[in-house]
Write a protein that binds this ligand. Structure first.
Ligand code: ZN
Length: 183
């Protein structure tokens, strides 16, 4: 919440104000009532991308070696979630989505986000955007989801394929990550 200091209407210093419905909740607000920082969770799109029967996992340039995850991104104004995830996949991997199916919706309170996760069949040749360093193509039974956020989406997808789910744990990590089992 600390990123907001001033009212965007009158530039007054924001103050902490108890919520009208729940006095235990405090929100940053303009003392003159122009604006309230509701701090609602932000929707994040995530895709478990399948290409030729294998699952694509990518490593963000900022992440430690051996850590891979789903393709994720924020929605743009005036696009549906399906259009948004197809765009993210195109931008980040150069692949075209051919089939998009919702896996589910997952909380990620740690980052105040709501994850909307899809299984996406894609075609084309992989070319990563600069923000992704490398990728792996993993056989579905070799997926090892991390027990939070997008990992639960991967686990749910695996269960629907009648695949046994084995979670991994990363000590001290707060990023949703999936690891290919053979690595
Ligand atoms: Zn104000």
């Amino acid at each position: 919440m600390s990123e907001f200091k001033f009212c965007p209407v009158c530039a007054a210093n924001l103050v902490l104000r108890a919520d009208d419905d729940d006095a235990r909740k405090f929100r940053l607000a303009c003392p003159d009532g122009h604006w309230t920082h509701w701090d609602n969770p932000l929707p994040v799109l995530a895709a478990l991308v399948e290409i030729d029967g294998k699952m694509l996992l990518a490593r963000n340039a900022a992440w430690a070696e051996g850590r891979f995850a789903l393709i994720t991104g924020f929605m743009e104004r005036d696009e549906t979630p399906e259009q948004g995830i197809a765009r993210e996949i195109r931008e980040e991997t150069n692949l075209e989505a051919s089939e998009i199916n919702l896996i589910g919706v997952y909380e990620f309170m740690r980052k105040n986000e709501l994850i909307i996760a899809y299984h996406v069949k894609a075609t084309g040749s992989i070319r990563l955007s600069p923000e992704l360093l490398e990728y792996r193509l993993v056989e579905p039974p070799d997926l090892r989801p991390w027990p939070a956020g997008t990992g639960y989406a991967v686990a749910d997808w695996m269960r629907r394929q009648n695949l046994p789910v084995q979670f991994v744990e990363f000590a001290g990590s707060f990023t949703p990550l999936i690891t290919p089992a053979q690595q």
